[in-house]
Ligand binder design. Structure first.
Ligand code: SF4
Ligand code: SF4
Length: 415
């Protein structure tokens, strides 16, 4: 008997109807005009083919053949893109792995605002203005929400860089050390905080070391207490330096301590002295170029020429203490929330509302972005990595990878 099993009979009838369908598409769907991007329109039926090949692996070689027929009228570049995602056996081979900074499935970095409280009033910080306008409130993240976020990151990708801060000073939170410990217990590889360092007392330093935190960035922005006082209003330079030195002495091999210098008019003359002081102590120095915070610091605006897709919106996922997700990490004002992690999962927001804006960036359609993003210069504060350069040069968008979903999306419910 040629056809011995029921699934083979099903596969054959499926091939026949599929062949008819493929032929129908080729005969009746007109080619797209040249000024229309092929990806979105073609995605409807490319998605159809890809979805079926993903689920019906027995039929894969045949579907691969059908796919080639269906795309015979598609531009060479677009067909190349699709074939890159498809193996000869018809299974999907996503181009991205979770180590990629730019990833259509899940953000490379998650920032969870444990608390939005802060004791300083730094000159360059947009937080004070947002508080005065009422667009930002002071609050602490609820336990169940923090746990939900930790659970999803641990389940989806333990390599995600997990920041336990966004706006606000994380060391003010009494719960943060327990949360970091939970994340480490669940196997999340890299936990990070960014702190102003004013609360780095021996007792807090001991908790930082004990909870298993992997990386700490201490924002100093100065090499002298005089300059520090001009930038970090209400802060105490000597206290911070003392705290960092305590950490360095007691941390052991695990914790990585980095000192940070954000460059502003008030402090740029101290950059070299800062580097020398800390490098002599063998401490890594991170220099953060001038950011405009969406134009808030307009005097810092650099050039807007040769724009490339903004790396911030393509690799980072900030969550306010109340669960709201802003448009991007530089949307200090939460002027355009795109999700709510109290009701949605990170995966869902990343692959739906975020993706729309990400794909406009990747397609170079900067004129269709929200006005504040069109005008923002902060994309230049972060250099594009190799994956982003490759995507942009090929005009590949996240939407084209939508069908190759990892299993977790179908099997896990994070809501
Ligand atoms: S420490 Fe950070 S959050 Fe606080 S005022 Fe300074 S820059 Fe803003
Ligand atoms: S350009 Fe500015 S507003 Fe737009 S995504 Fe980047 S940081 Fe955000």
């Amino acid at each position: 008997m040629f056809l011995r099993q029921r699934h083979e009979i099903f596969s054959l009838s499926f091939f026949v109807s599929y062949d008819f369908f493929a032929g129908f598409i080729r005969r009746h769907v007109p080619p797209l005009p040249s000024n229309v991007g092929h990806g979105r329109e073609r995605r409807t039926h490319s998605g159809f083919l890809l979805e079926h090949s993903f689920d019906c692996r027995d039929a894969s070689p045949y579907l691969y053949f059908c796919r080639r027929l269906c795309f015979s009228d598609v531009k060479e570049t677009q067909r190349d893109k699709l074939e890159k995602m498809t193996q000869t056996d018809g299974t999907i081979q996503p181009e991205f792995d979770y180590d990629s900074r730019v990833n259509p499935y899940f953000p490379h970095q998650v920032l969870m605002e444990t608390t939005s409280a802060c004791q300083l009033r730094c000159k360059m910080c947009a937080r004070e203005s947002a508080l005065q306008k009422g667009t930002l409130k002071v609050g602490n993240m609820e336990d169940w929400l923090a746990q939900k976020i930790i659970d999803e990151v641990a389940a989806v990708n333990k390599k995600t860089r997990f920041w336990f801060c966004f706006f606000g000073e994380p060391t003010i939170s009494k719960k943060i050390w327990q949360r970091i410990q939970t994340a480490k217990t669940k196997g999340i590889e890299t936990t990070v905080i960014n702190t102003n360092g004013n609360l780095l007392t021996p007792s807090i330093c001991d908790q930082i070391i004990a909870c298993g935190l992997d990386e700490i960035y201490v924002g100093l922005d100065a090499a002298t207490s005089e300059t520090y006082a001009q930038v970090r209003i209400r802060g105490h330079y000597d206290k911070v330096v003392e705290g960092v030195r305590y950490l360095l002495k007691h941390k052991g091999d695990h914790l990585k301590v980095t000192v940070q210098f954000g460059v502003y008019e008030e402090n740029e003359h101290e950059l070299d002295a800062f580097k020398k002081y800390w490098q002599d102590l063998d401490v890594p120095v991170f220099i953060r170029p001038k950011l405009t915070w969406l134009g808030y610091l307009s005097e810092h605006n650099p050039s807007h020429e040769n724009r490339y897709p903004c790396p911030w919106i393509l690799d980072s996922f900030p969550i306010y203490y109340n669960g709201l997700v802003p448009y991007c990490i530089c949307d200090w004002d939460n002027r355009m929330p795109v999700g709510d992690i109290k009701k949605q999962s990170i995966t869902e927001v990343w692959q739906t509302s975020y993706r729309k804006w990400q794909d406009l960036h990747l397609s170079g359609k900067f004129g269709e972005l929200p006005p504040f993003c069109q005008q923002c210069r902060d994309w230049q504060a972060k250099k594009p990595g190799e994956t982003l350069k490759k995507l942009y040069s090929q005009k590949l968008r996240f939407g084209e990878f939508a069908m190759a979903k990892p299993d977790y999306i179908r099997t896990q419910n994070f809501n």
